[in-house]
Design a protein around this ligand. Structure first.
Ligand SMILES: NC(=O)c1ccc[n+]([C@@H]2O[C@H](COP(=O)([O-])OP(=O)(O)OC[C@H]3O[C@@H](n4cnc5c(N)ncnc54)[C@H](O)[C@@H]3O)[C@@H](O)[C@H]2O)c1
Length: 377
């Protein structure tokens, strides 16, 4: 059985079938089964004959449309082994041996990892956050980093609204009380008519905004690059960040993790918020200084918080957040509905195969190597 699936030429990648049809001798050599022979002497133009390996590390990546897309294109797929911890650099490096494309989750691709993965050409992030990838290190090595924008915003928006409504109706305590036989009945403030402050009015922020409008909330937003047409259409007031903190009953974070947004929710910004305000974070844990948030939740200044992302993930079982009954927690699952799963993985598979065929993906999917026109697999 022929083990190799793709022949990599120096400049022009060509599927193995095309070569085999014209080169019976080559087919015979391949049938011997050695997938890492060098043919530069016997077959001019061909440098390396190898099966291309694509690793799928993103959560639940053993299912989805990418499996057929990649295997049909001749890729051998590898998945994380049970014993390895992808947050450990050495484990990740070892899992990446021989891998040229990876469908990545939020495991960290540090400079050391990048420099120790000599075959790597593409990091296709299933999702939109790519803060776990050292882009400069990728630029230095000519490794492309892509994301899958426009696929999971509805999922994150539904999750955000669930956390918001859950805190609004005091579900963490209510659920616990009923389980304990504690039949406490008391009134809560209505959500309709309250103000939601959205930080980051991008794809997810907008999807949250339209849903919040449907709930009868007043929506205000802060975004240095806001889409004004959208804001006008939905009557969303664009306001400075400090005003958003002081005016909002609910503050929901939807901006990326950047040096500018790092710890934007801290002692000072929390102090500006109304007493009884609620913070929702389905963006990135780095946006919130968790110790300050915890202090504010403990003091009762904040009524509650709904969190999907944390400074350290997975959230350590020693986290004081776990002791609070005014928080609703989920484990970085906001973007994970089935439709998003299929959309994200399908897009990753297509991007990898397209790049291998010499086709450049849509600009919005590319996150590094700006202006590069001579990238080769
Ligand atoms: N919890 C999850 O499972 C999950 C899933 C998907 C995305 N996310 C997070 O959600 C974030 C938003 O995703 P998106 O698809 O809406 O991205 P997006 O790029 O469409 O929108 C981000 C918006 O933030 C704005 N922004 C940039 N800097 C800002 C700042 N300093 N203050 C306020 N706004 C700022 C941008 O102008 C943009 O409009 C992602 O960066 C990602 O970290 C989380």
């Amino acid at each position: 059985m022929v083990k190799a699936g793709i022949i990599v030429e120096l400049c022009h990648p060509v599927p193995v079938a095309a070569h085999l049809a014209n080169r019976p001798m080559l087919a015979m050599i391949m049938a011997i089964g050695n997938s890492n022979l060098w043919f530069s002497q016997s077959v001019p133009n061909l440098r390396k004959l190898t099966m291309l390996k694509a690793a799928v590390f993103s959560l639940n990546g053993d299912q989805g449309p990418h499996i057929a897309t990649l295997t049909d294109a001749g890729f051998e797929l590898t998945f994380k082994s049970k014993e390895s911890d992808l947050w450990n650099e050495d484990h990740l490096i070892s899992e990446m041996e021989g891998v040229s494309a990876v469908i990545a989750g939020s495991e960290p691709y540090t400079r050391r990892v990048i420099e120790n993965c000599p075959d790597l050409r593409i990091i296709a992030r299933s999702g939109v956050g790519f803060d776990a990838v050292d882009l400069e290190a990728c630029n230095d090595k000519g490794i492309l980093v892509t994301t899958t924008p426009g696929v999971n915003h509805h999922s994150v928006a539904e999750h955000t609204i669930s956390l918001l409504m859950g805190i609004a109706r005091d579900f963490p305590k209510q659920d616990q009380h009923v389980r304990e036989g504690n039949w406490l009945r008391r009134a809560f403030p209505r959500v309709m008519g309250t103000t939601l402050g959205i930080v980051g009015l991008g794809r997810i922020g907008q999807a949250v905004a339209t849903r919040a409008c449907g709930l009868g909330m007043n929506v205000v937003a802060y975004d240095p690059f806001a889409n004004k047409e959208f804001a006008n259409e939905w009557q969303i007031e664009l306001i400075p960040l400090d005003d958003l903190y002081t005016r909002s009953d609910y503050v929901s974070l939807h901006s990326p993790s950047t040096p500018e947004t790092q710890h934007m929710i801290n002692k000072e910004s929390l102090k500006k918020m109304k007493s009884g305000a609620v913070v929702i974070n389905t963006a990135r844990g780095s946006l919130i200084k968790e110790d300050d948030l915890i202090e504010s939740l403990r003091s009762g200044h904040l009524r509650g918080a709904g969190l999907d992302v944390y400074e350290v993930e997975p959230l350590p079982t020693s986290s004081p957040l776990l002791e609070l009954d005014n928080v609703l927690l989920s484990g970085h699952t906001a973007g994970l509905d089935i439709e998003s799963h299929n959309g994200m993985f399908g897009m990753c598979g297509e991007i990898i195969v397209a790049l291998h065929n010499g086709e450049w993906p849509a600009a919005e999917c590319l996150q590094n190597l700006p202006g590069v026109t001579d990238w080769k697999w």
